[in-house]
Design a protein around this ligand. Structure first.
Ligand SMILES: O=C([O-])CC(=O)C(=O)O
Ligand SMILES: [Mg+2]
Length: 640
């Protein structure tokens, strides 16, 4: 039995906790989580327990401390309260976590390792379980970076990072935030791609939630198995098109895990509010089906009704479990499902497709910034895409929409400035009958052209964008052609990971004699050409989705709208400084990403309010300051 502020309750009836703490919550303005550390070694007995109360949305607001008298009646380690009936329905339910001693050290959410203070070691039954030294969070970061840098192989660094995430979450996030430019290529593209390819062999501990065909009819219960109850962002994949690497089946889990790490580190979403999900309907990847270490269902992909029933059940269960304000990010689905899922659930759920919408927003931001270097307005440019899938057509549509907004010219007309080449050549009207629905708006009047280089020579684009997932397709001839009729050709090689990039930074600069304005999906080191150093930008949706999601969450948005993508692009483009432009950069450095995310979040939230899609009222006056105040900080909490 616990007693708090005069109210008693047992572990089994936590409604008392909710009631009691909600009363306390009137003293503070933000929703809260309660973390209590008590003796959980199973011995009944009285004990004075400190309870840390903090903002549940972000774990960031200044903690309010309350003394709790408790009587521990059993070896309870983690107990969770039911949703509380609060006056403000947007207030998050109470969570009561109880951990101490050995279990505290094994709990990645609360573990601080050698940073536990002397006093915490006394009060939380840690004496003897740690060596005597007490070190600071900063020193822990220094030590971890030293040890990670000792690994030469990126995959080893990835595994070290994943181990750390499972061991001490706040150290993991501090490391990532403080060293974002160095560690992004490890926990994200390109290394995460290799990790997914080898996921079965390197598998140690499960991360995220696996929902396979075996769980059909039980997804609601499966979601309940996940230890966190207050989820704000889900990233879900079915593994069919992982980066540009194709069908990796269940091993695609590395992607939702990686994306959500960035949601927390770059966008300040509370890690415990993030849920990575992989839907396993089988794989058509023969190598994986024959791999004895493969971790997924050993069958070919379910399609049609069987597939859509599983997705339907998942989407329904998510809304039932987490409400309508949970953001569901679709990631790395194949084209033939991605567009349909977005259209199907876009009117009933808060859904966002990162590959269609996030990539579009980041590329539009890069183009807006690039206009500062090349001049002209968006509608004065001509665009040619290699690849007419999710990324290609998503970007094209957003560019056309922005051009239409800027000029008042109808969308059908602005689309005509944009051309696409797919595996069968230039998309032209005579191919209309045979085209998938998402390619049709881009079929314009032109004679058939087979090769990209001939399409470039005929269309004479000012902007060339690669989004085909096929590496080394921007050949010397293609880049040279771009450079013959453009003083500063804009070239984006977006496919990931690095092996799938349409060309390298070095190729883009040397083949264009240093004139290209180049950006790529995966990072390239600066290149030296003719005695000059060229640094290129990373046109990756990682710039957008963390801040975009934060904006949706802080406004309590219930739907995603294209206008939110446009303002996210503007917000990102505004963050490119004169100094960046002078270096030829069209994206700001990732080292500023949390500030950038707060700006994106503020603009997205403002748009949600303007469109009547926001439910968190009243609207905060200063949305940038509000977004910043809501961001998760990995600083250790003190357990007193
Ligand atoms: O994950 C990334 O780096 C970008 C992305 O969404 C993709 O390539 O599918
Ligand atoms: Mg993706």
């Amino acid at each position: 039995m616990f007693s708090l502020n005069g109210t008693s309750f047992t572990n089994n009836s936590l409604s008392g906790v909710s009631r009691c703490l909600n009363q306390s919550s009137r003293r503070v303005s933000a929703p809260m989580v309660v973390v209590a550390a008590v003796n959980s070694n199973g011995k009944p007995g009285d004990g004075s327990v400190s309870v840390l109360v903090e903002n549940a949305l972000t774990e960031s607001a200044a903690p309010v401390e309350m003394e709790v008298k408790s009587t521990v009646t059993g070896g309870v380690q983690d107990v969770y309260g039911e949703d509380s009936a609060t006056e403000d329905q947007s207030i998050t339910p109470w969570t009561l976590s109880v951990a101490s001693g050995f279990s505290l050290l094994r709990n990645p959410h609360y573990n601080k390792g050698l940073a536990f203070s002397e006093r915490e070691r006394d009060t939380h039954y840690l004496r003897g379980l740690l060596p005597p030294v007490v070190i600071s969070h900063d020193l822990q970061v220094k030590k971890m970076m030293n040890s990670i840098r000792k690994y030469d192989v990126p995959l080893q660094r990835y595994m070290a990072m994943m181990d750390l995430q499972e061991m001490n979450e706040r150290l993991f996030y501090k490391l990532l935030i403080d060293n974002v430019e160095e560690l992004l290529p490890i926990v994200y593209t390109p290394t995460v791609g290799e990790a997914c390819q080898k996921y079965g062999s390197i598998f140690r501990r499960p991360q995220g939630l696996f929902i396979s065909l075996k769980e059909k009819g039980k997804i609601h219960e499966v979601l309940k198995n996940w230890p966190e109850k207050k989820i704000q962002v889900i990233v879900v994949t079915d593994g069919e098109r992982i980066l540009g690497l194709g069908d990796l089946g269940c091993q695609g889990m590395g992607i939702p895990v990686g994306k959500l790490s960035l949601y927390a580190a770059l966008g300040g979403i509370r890690p415990s509010a993030c849920l990575p999900v992989t839907i396993d309907v089988g794989t058509n990847n023969e190598n994986l089906l024959n791999d004895e270490f493969y971790i997924g269902l050993r069958q070919r992909r379910a399609t049609g009704q069987e597939y859509s029933e599983l997705l339907d059940e998942f989407m329904y269960a998510v809304k039932q479990n987490y409400g309508e304000k949970v953001l569901i990010q679709f990631e790395d689905f194949a084209n033939h499902n991605a567009f349909d899922l977005l259209a199907k659930y876009g009117t009933s759920h808060l859904v966002f497709n990162d590959d269609i919408q996030g990539t579009a927003s980041v590329v539009l931001a890069g183009l807006m910034a690039a206009l500062n270097l090349v001049g002209g307005s968006l509608s004065e440019h001509t665009f040619l895409f290699l690849g007419a899938g999710e990324a290609g057509t998503g970007i094209a549509e957003l560019i056309a929409l922005e051009m239409s907004k800027q000029t008042g010219i109808p969308l059908e007309e602005t689309r005509k400035k944009i051309w696409m080449v797919d595996s069968k050549g230039l998309i032209v009207k005579s191919r209309m009958e045979m085209l998938q629905h998402f390619k049709r708006p881009w079929a314009h009047d032109h004679e058939p052209v087979q090769e990209l280089v001939n399409a470039v020579k005929s269309i004479k684009p000012t902007v060339l964008i690669g989004s085909s997932g096929a590496g080394r397709t921007f050949t010397k001839e293609v880049v040279q052609a771009m450079a013959t009729f453009n003083e500063k050709p804009i070239i984006f090689a977006l496919s990931n990971p690095t092996s799938q990039s349409e060309c390298t930074a070095e190729e883009a600069y040397s083949w264009s004699e240093g004139r290209a304005i180049f950006a790529s999906g995966s990072p390239f080191a600066p290149v030296e050409y003719n005695g000059k150093v060229y640094a290129s930008g990373q046109a990756n949706n990682a710039y957008i989705f963390p801040g975009f999601g934060l904006g949706l969450i802080i406004s309590g948005a219930i739907r995603v709208h294209d206008d939110m993508l446009l303002v996210a692009s503007e917000a990102l483009a505004e963050q490119v400084s004169q100094e960046n432009f002078e270096k030829g950069l069209i994206y700001p450095p990732f080292s500023n990403i949390r500030k950038i995310s707060a700006h994106i979040a503020a603009k997205v939230a403002a748009k949600a309010y303007e469109l009547g899609l926001a439910t968190r009222l009243p609207q905060p006056k200063d949305l940038v300051a509000y977004a910043e105040s809501c961001m998760y900080s990995p600083a250790y909490r003190s357990y007193r």
